[in-house]
Ligand binder design. Structure first.
Ligand SMILES: C[S@@+](CC[C@H](N)C(=O)[O-])C[C@H]1O[C@@H](n2cnc3c(N)ncnc32)[C@H](O)[C@@H]1O
Length: 264
């Protein structure tokens, strides 16, 4: 019987957009794209995956009751299937990180336990869980829960041997000369960050700038596998890093391009 040979995965998808200043955007299913990319390419990954919280509930926006639904991509597939999805993309990202690379993964209670368990299962080394306090969150309309005022961002190294980047001094300077804690007070994105259009789960620039500055260096390449409006990309460009973003939605990639062109 003929021996089978493991082929090196190749990545031959044409970019949706690229810019010589180290920017590439791909349109498609992250799971497939990530698994076909060359390994060990990235110093840092920021992932803001589906939180699977679009359950037809309501929330409050600008004082009005609105649907909590973000899009079809955010509908839960069931606890087990959600976890399998998380395991698969986190495994693909681990293969793409350089040995000393780190990953940041955001989530709420809907998904963060699955994400954390998947990361532990895969052998990532969890470095911190950041509590992002949104300072001025919308009130809880049902009055049956505490107001949801935080998200968690897990920061982890590729594995236990990683000699990862932590720009300790920069963080201390940004915190008025005191060691920075894992509690980050950061407001939701301002209007000025949405001049090109709105993404339903857009992250604030301040959050991404801090993450980029904490765990990467100029010239590094940062991947965002669920890039949405490319908040990560804007922070990467502003701080002299290269950027690769993936999203399945052309609408969000066009929004990304508009935002990126403002800073290029
Ligand atoms: C939480 S949002 C990211 C928002 C982003 N951090 C920002 O600041 O704009 C998640 C994004 O993942 C995309 N997405 C969801 N599932 C995907 C998949 N399987 N492959 C590619 N993109 C996906 C959605 O279109 C959505 O834009």
């Amino acid at each position: 019987m003929e021996a089978t040979r493991q082929e090196t995965p190749r990545f031959d998808a044409a970019p949706y957009y690229s810019h010589p200043q180290g920017i590439t955007l791909y349109q498609g299913d992250s799971l497939e794209l990530l698994e076909s990319m060359e390994p060990e390419q990235f110093e840092m990954i920021f992932a803001d995956p589906p939180y699977f919280l679009s359950n037809d509930g309501v929330t409050c926006k600008s004082g009005r009751m609105v649907s909590v639904n973000k899009g079809r991509w955010d509908r839960s597939m069931g606890v087990q299937a959600n976890h399998e999805f998380n395991l698969r993309w986190l495994q693909a990202c681990q293969r793409l990180l350089k040995p000393d690379g780190t990953i940041w993964v955001s989530g709420t209670h809907h998904v963060i336990y699955s994400l954390g368990f998947a990361m532990q299962t895969l052998g990532y080394k969890v470095l911190n869980d950041i509590a992002w306090f949104k300072v001025n969150p919308p009130p809880n309309l049902s009055c049956r829960y505490f107001t949801h005022g935080t998200e968690t961002v897990i920061w982890a190294a590729r594995d236990t041997d990683s000699r990862y980047t932590f720009n300790y001094k920069t963080m201390k300077e940004m915190n008025g000369g005191k060691q920075m804690k894992n509690l980050w007070n950061i407001m939701s994105p301002r209007k000025a960050e949405k001049v090109h259009g709105k993404h339903p789960t857009q992250k604030p620039m301040k959050l991404l700038r801090r993450i980029v500055l904490a765990a990467s260096n100029p010239g590094d390449t940062i991947l965002d596998p669920f890039c949405g409006s490319s908040t990560t990309g804007v922070a990467a460009v502003e701080e002299g890093r290269n950027y690769v973003g993936i999203d399945q939605s052309e609408e969000y990639l066009d929004l990304s391009i508009a935002r990126l062109q403002d800073v290029l």
